[in-house]
Design a protein around this ligand. Structure first.
Ligand code: NAP
Length: 545
């Protein structure tokens, strides 16, 4: 088949999908969609297809151009009527003085039913049309379970139909990799295209439709009011995902983890990009735990033409996977991250080479140094107590030991503290000396005499906010001016911090580490200093502080 390439500079339309229950409800929703900055509305009249005068009025009175869709149950919708009912409803939609911008008809229905096809062809614009109209035909295909094996045959059929102005394919993403196929379909530009992936893994296809020049993307008016899984709201698209700032050159970042649905990082980084006027977008990027998933997904995203995937925050369970991946691809790894055995930041340099580092330990170091009014060099000779021997403790122990502090590790499971101390004791430090890291039993915490106490356990975290990793009598005995840092940030002020404050200690909340590690990532990606104070406020407000 010979296929011409269409070219258009038209912007991707933000389209609010509205399930129509009554004329009043649908017009009110369309008015709200217009107020919130949408460009189009899709009226889903699946359960409203029999009220023909109201359908004509709906199209006529809509404050925004409209798409009329009557999705049958066999394609994931709610319409249970026959073709005759659909034909009557489409005719009613086109009967008033204002016509719909588009009619959406399922490819399979259009292929199978000659009466429906002939009726629709009479209503839409196409080369053989004798009654001029602006209404275009969207031929669509949906799979709510997976990527259809015959996706390309379906696309070809849409391309071959002369009356089809727009082709639409939507399927449930099997992984983040499916988004890349959606981008490629849009990028072929044989016809205006809507290519979307459903579900949590499909979010990039919805947001980045604008970057690739998709005809439109669907959004919900409110949380829970969507017509397909994974639709963000119009408000989220506009403010959280920076819709109006997106274009073909936008650089793409995200938080890789499993799960990542509740991560604050997209709000944090997109606000930072906004404030800096940086042409970037940051998305949640869920990848299943195994290394093979990480490797395949990140490699596909790095290699995807026109995607400009330039970096990521990497969280549990992928911090070790990031190190391995960057090393396998011949990239550079910050030496201390290698020693820690975990990295949380991926930077893709302009020449395509990769760099991985760990901004967690650096954020913890700087939070403590600021509280002590010293630079990192001043850590030499300081005595730091670290409570915990898990992932967070490991990065923090390595960081403080590297800068010459003496680190004492206390942990519920003492053997783990001994193991961790062994690993970093005598490691080389920045000053050319060797690190001093020891383990001590929890019972000895009362006479530890440290200048700094850092909680790296999860004790005190929501919902068990009445707990503290340090017995109250020990906290009471701390000398005024002692620095107490709790890495836990839900709640912002933990019981440990409250008791330390009461004893006259200088307290550092975990939010400080979160904000600083994120700001450091942003600086590495954008080359600009993010507005730390504004970001601190944003995180505090999201945490209810
Ligand atoms: P992890 O690897 O699972 O380690 C958990 C640590 O907590 C272990 O040392 C464990 O001791 C100890 N622990 C758990 N329950 C305990 C209990 N009931 N009593 C005494 N000790 C207990 O977790 P992680 O990744 O290191 O994270 C630890 C904390 O760091 C989390 O609460 C997280 O909020 C915080 N964090 C904060 C930031 C930030 O940006 N502020 C960043 C990363 C992590 P055992 O060895 O005896 O099991």
């Amino acid at each position: 088949m010979s296929l011409g390439r269409y070219t258009t500079a038209a912007m991707t339309r933000l389209t609010v999908a509205i399930m129509v229950r009554s004329l009043k409800q649908a017009l009110s929703a369309a008015a709200q969609a217009a107020e919130r900055g949408a460009d189009l509305v899709e009226f889903r009249i699946d359960e409203f297809a029999s009220d023909l005068p109201a359908i004509t009025a709906l199209v006529d009175q809509s404050p925004l151009p409209s798409i009329i869709t009557i999705r049958p149950t066999w394609e994931g919708g709610h319409y249970t009527g026959d073709d005759a009912g659909r034909i009557a409803a489409f005719e009613a939609a086109c009967a008033g003085p204002r016509k719909p911008a588009y009619l959406d008809v399922e490819l399979l229905a259009y292929q199978r039913s000659q009466p429906l096809r002939q009726a629709v062809d009479r209503l839409v614009d196409h080369p053989g049309q004798v009654n001029p109209t602006d209404t275009g035909l969207i031929l669509s295909n949906h799979d709510f379970t997976t990527r259809p094996v015959d996706l390309y045959q379906r696309v070809e059929a849409m391309l071959a139909a002369p009356a089809c102005r727009v082709m639409k394919v939507a399927w449930r993403a099997r992984s983040l990799r499916d988004n890349v196929e959606a981008f490629q379909l849009i990028d072929q530009r044989h016809k205006p295209t809507i290519a979307l992936c459903m579900g949590e893994e499909g979010l990039p296809s919805r947001v980045l439709a604008r970057k690739f020049g998709g005809l439109l993307t669907y959004v919900a008016l409110e949380e829970g009011a969507g017509t397909a899984p994974g639709q963000p709201t119009v408000g989220q698209m506009k403010s959280l995902y920076r819709w109006d700032a997106l274009n073909a050159d936008t650089r793409v970042y995200g938080v890789i983890g499993h799960p990542v649905g509740h991560s604050m990082s997209p709000a944090f980084h997109n606000a930072g990009f906004d404030a800096a006027g940086f042409n970037g977008i940051y998305l949640p990027l869920p990848i299943p735990p195994e290394y093979e998933h990480f490797k395949a997904t990140v490699a596909t995203w790095l290699d995807a033409k026109g995607l400009h995937f330039r970096g990521a925050s990497v969280t549990i369970p992928h911090k070790q996977n990031l190190l391995r991946f960057v090393q396998e691809r011949g990239g550079e790894v910050e030496p201390l991250s290698l020693r820690i055995g975990a990295a949380n930041t991926l930077v893709v340099r302009d020449d395509g080479s990769l760099f991985a580092c760990n901004t967690d330990y650096a954020a913890a170091l700087d939070s403590v140094c600021d509280a002590l009014h010293i630079t990192r060099d001043g850590l030499r000779g300081q005595r730091i107590a670290v409570l915990g021997a898990g992932g967070a403790a490991r990065a923090i122990v390595a960081g403080f030991a590297h800068y010459g502090a003496t680190v004492v590790i206390y942990n519920r499971t003492h053997d783990k503290a001994i193991e961790l101390a062994k690993e970093f004791n005598n490691a080389p430090t920045v000053t050319g000396g060797t690190a001093r890291v020891v383990a001590a039993p929890m019972e000895k915490l009362c006479d530890s005499c440290c200048q700094v106490y850092i909680n790296c356990t999860s004790v005190g975290m929501h919902p068990k906010i009445d707990q503290s990793p340090v017995p109250p009598e020990v906290a009471k005995g701390w000398a005024p001016g002692t620095v107490v840092f709790d890495t836990v940030y839900t709640p912002i002020e933990t019981r440990l911090l409250r008791e330390a404050k009461a004893a006259g200690c200088v307290t550092v909340p975990g939010i400080e580490m979160f904000v600083r590690q994120g700001a450091d990532q942003s600086r590495r990606w954008t080359g600009m200093t993010p507005p730390i104070e504004a970001l601190r406020k944003l995180v505090a407000s999201r945490l209810g502080g």
